[in-house]
Design a binder for this molecule. Structure first.
Ligand SMILES: [Zn+2]
Length: 71
């Protein structure tokens, strides 16, 4: 009984393996490439909104540029 069903099950098993492998590869390639660090922070000196990646941190405060950080 089971041996007769086996040829029918093999393609299903192959499909399942393929499906799992595909979703695994997908998760590898579709990694979030950019983190959610789109925060805009106000410059302590001039009040300009500056992107987090461009900020200059000095004396525990955040500044938009070198000019502002050299008070
Ligand atoms: Zn500034």
């Amino acid at each position: 009984m089971l041996l007769k069903l086996l040829p029918l099950l093999i393609p299903l098993i192959i499909y399942l393996i393929f499906f799992v492998a595909k979703s695994y590869l997908k998760s590898l390639f579709l990694r979030p490439s950019h983190k959610k660090n789109e925060t805009m922070i106000v410059c302590y000196q001039c009040g300009t909104y500056t992107h987090e990646s461009l900020l200059i941190k000095k004396f525990g405060k955040q500044f938009c540029s070198d000019k502002c950080s050299n008070i």
